[in-house]
Write a protein that binds this ligand. Structure first.
Ligand code: S3P
Length: 451
């Protein structure tokens, strides 16, 4: 959806110390899944802590279009689900805005129901590959008609007589895995998904929570996930944990701004999501997990991040990539303030996110005076050390929330201000980013006059 007719330029200036508590919003991945599985259960699911970012609101609107009743009152969301296979045919085009997760999971969830739906999104989403999802959905019997390269707008005709599928996911993608599992819900028999590298496992955990029969085995092929189709999903009461991918921004901001000490409470540390925090610690960050505990079967902690002037570049273990895939942009900013090279390999998925994130960060960092080398599947940032990043640039956010937020963090510790041409996309995942960061003491402001 092109909600943002007018760009919102935003500037970050040298700041510090950042202090206080950062209450980051609910997890985006879990929020999408709560709405979709709530819509596929029979009866009333209630959700608290749902992220009210644009991506998730688009998924809520889509679930209504497929027949679920969804309301919100006082921060509690109620979803009246229609049951597995119960989706109605939407009367209009489904607009998933900026959200790859939204569109791919929703396509999966309708692909084995005999209805037709047409999907679109904003310019970023319309440029992203959908064949990775429509190919396995075709194996269930669904038919997709998209633009060249399988791009949106795309019409999906759900299978009338779906067959279960055994599918080895060719790219490390939780979205593809989840689309196949959601399609498998309305296919008779066992759908099997095999992933060589472990990606975020929220769909598996949540399907089990809603009462589906699902098992995961680790074999020499990788993780083998087996789902028994056509369960009756029972409605749930869900508390969405806070998003580690959003926590990354105040954490990284605190590490690079002088004198900072920030607490980021209640962050989910699911091992399929927490790779950034391990990497920062490997770089010498003063980042601690306080009050480590289990909540709803997931490890949770309060993160404390303090100014860390002696960060050093490292080789990020490539096998960690899936567990921090959304965090490489902000890691590259931290790397700019470290001593030495931060080497990031096995990351070609970054090129098909909301933007080509390697290209977006490399161009902006170079303009800000930081050396970046790159190849199709890797990039290396040569840090300048704390206090020595020039900044003084305006960069493009390319309809990508994480690119916008990452460059604003850069501006908090570079010598001259950093402006992003459009901060509006931040509302897709972190609508309170600006007040939260300024509340900690960050000098971030919408720009009313030319820089
Ligand atoms: C997500 C999976 C990841 C991630 C995205 C959210 C999810 O994408 O980048 O922000 O919720 O499943 P891929 O699975 O395509 O890597």
């Amino acid at each position: 959806m092109s909600r943002h007719a007018t760009p919102v330029p935003m500037t970050a200036r040298k700041s510090g110390p950042l202090t206080g508590e950062a209450q980051v919003p609910g997890d985006k991945s879990i929020s999408h899944r709560s709405l979709i599985l709530g819509a596929l259960a029979v009866g009333e699911t209630t959700i608290t802590g749902l992220l009210d970012g644009e991506d998730v609101l688009d998924t809520a609107a889509a679930m209504r279009a497929f027949g679920a009743e969804i309301t919100e009152a006082g921060g509690v969301w109620t979803v009246h689900g229609v049951g597995t296979g119960g989706f109605a045919e939407p009367a209009d085009v489904i607009d998933c805005g900026n959200s790859g997760t939204g569109v791919r999971l929703i396509m999966g969830s309708m692909a084995t129901t005999p209805i037709t739906a047409t999907f679109t999104g904003d310019a970023s989403l319309r440029s992203r590959p959908m064949g990775r999802v429509t190919d396995p959905l075709a194996a269930f019997g669904a038919r997709a008609h998209g633009r060249q390269g399988g791009r949106l707008p795309l019409t999906l005709v759900g299978a009338a007589d779906p067959v279960p599928v055994r599918y080895a996911v060719p790219v490390p993608s939780a979205q593809v895995k989840s689309a196949v599992l959601l399609a498998g819900l309305n296919a008779p028999g066992e759908t099997v998904v095999i992933e060589r590298e472990a990606t975020r496992d929220h769909t598996e955990r949540m399907l089990a929570g809603f009462g589906a029969r699902i098992t995961t085995e680790t074999t020499n092929e990788g993780r083998v996930i087996t789902l028994t189709g056509q369960p009756e999903l029972s409605p749930q009461t869900i508390t969405v944990p806070r998003d580690p991918s959003s926590a990354a921004f105040p954490v990284c901001a605190a590490l690079v701004t002088e004198g900072s000490d920030v607490l980021v409470p209640n962050i989910g540390l699911n091992p399929t999501r927490a790779g950034l925090f391990e990497t920062l610690r490997d770089m010498g960050a003063d980042l601690t997990y306080e009050n480590l505990r289990e909540e709803g079967g997931e490890p949770v902690a309060d993160l404390r991040a303090r100014f860390s002037p002696d960060l050093r570049g490292i080789e990020v273990p490539p096998e960690r990539a899936a567990s921090m895939i959304d965090e490489y942009p902000v890691l590259s900013v931290v790397a700019a303030f470290a001593e030495g090279r931060t080497v990031m390999r096995g990351v070609k998925e970054l090129r098909v996110k909301e933007s080509d994130r390697i290209d977006a960060m490399a161009q902006g960092l170079r303009a800000a005076g930081v050396e970046v080398e790159e190849g199709e599947d890797w990039w290396i940032v040569t840090g300048r050390g704390f206090g020595d990043v020039p900044g003084g640039v305006t960069v493009e956010s390319r309809l990508d929330h994480r690119i916008a937020m990452s460059f604003l963090i850069l501006g908090l510790a570079s010598n001259r201000p950093v402006t992003v041409d459009d901060a509006a996309p931040i509302a897709t995942s972190f609508p309170v980013f600006e007040p939260l960061m300024t509340g900690l003491g960050a000098d971030i402001a919408r720009q009313t006059e030319p820089a």
